[in-house]
Design a protein around this ligand. Structure first.
Ligand code: GRF
Length: 200
């Protein structure tokens, strides 16, 4: 099953998928990796693994809607069955969400702490427990149906970095597991408003 992975940063979740996909039994082929910015480690990881990459920057389009259509067209070039958002820091629009099921990973126990600063927000709120959530993307900010979660205890001396590192240690295998199950047809995902059926 072919997928496209979208990244904006260090790409450690992408790396976990690349490593898993090295085993044919995993059943996933990463057809391409897309980013909303150039020069990030996530793109270097893809290139090092011989995976095609593309960059689709909001600033290169007049409107956000045109960016959304441009991104959909770049994804469509690779004809994936579904899309994985692995630390992609832009909200996806209807052209992408209407065409593919998108699986996202988020570093908190949704619905707690949605948004771009989930780890910092959990610490600031004094949460004693947080974690990660793999979910289906809908048109909201981290509001789509939850597929799987893993829990992490917050330690007294945690910093944003130390806590995020422990979250990522659980996030990587959780994302790998869910993506593999969906790819192998072992798990069906809920469809969400405004999105087409899985694999369009
Ligand atoms: C992950 O924790 C993801 O949940 C969040 O940003 C982080 C991305 O990390 N949205 P990486 O780029 O996969 O290393």
């Amino acid at each position: 099953t072919g997928i496209v992975v979208l990244v904006s940063g260090s790409g450690t979740n992408l790396q976990a998928l690349i490593d898993a996909a090295a085993d044919p039994a995993y059943g996933v082929r990463i057809l391409a990796v897309g980013a909303d910015r150039a020069g990030i480690t996530g793109l270097h990881r893809a290139a090092a693994a011989g995976i095609p990459t593309f960059v689709c920057r909001v600033a290169d389009f007049v409107t956000r809607a045109e960016w959304d259509a441009g991104l959909a067209s770049r994804i469509d070039d690779h004809a994936p069955a579904f899309v994985v958002s692995a630390g992609f820091m832009k909200l996806l629009g209807p052209e992408v969400l209407g065409r593919w099921t998108v699986i996202n990973t988020h570093p908190a126990l949704l619905p707690s702490f949605p948004g771009a600063h989930a780890v910092r927000d959990a610490l600031a709120a004094g949460a004693t427990e947080t974690g990660c959530t793999v979910h289906v993307v809908d048109s909201g900010v981290d509001t789509g149906p939850v597929i799987a979660q893993a829990r992490v205890a917050v330690e007294q001396d945690d910093t944003e970095d130390s806590l995020h590192d422990r979250i990522k240690a659980l996030e990587h295998p959780l994302l790998v597991q869910v993506v593999g199950e969906v790819a192998r047809g072992e798990r069906s995902l809920p469809t969400v408003d405004g999105t087409g059926p899985q694999g369009r």
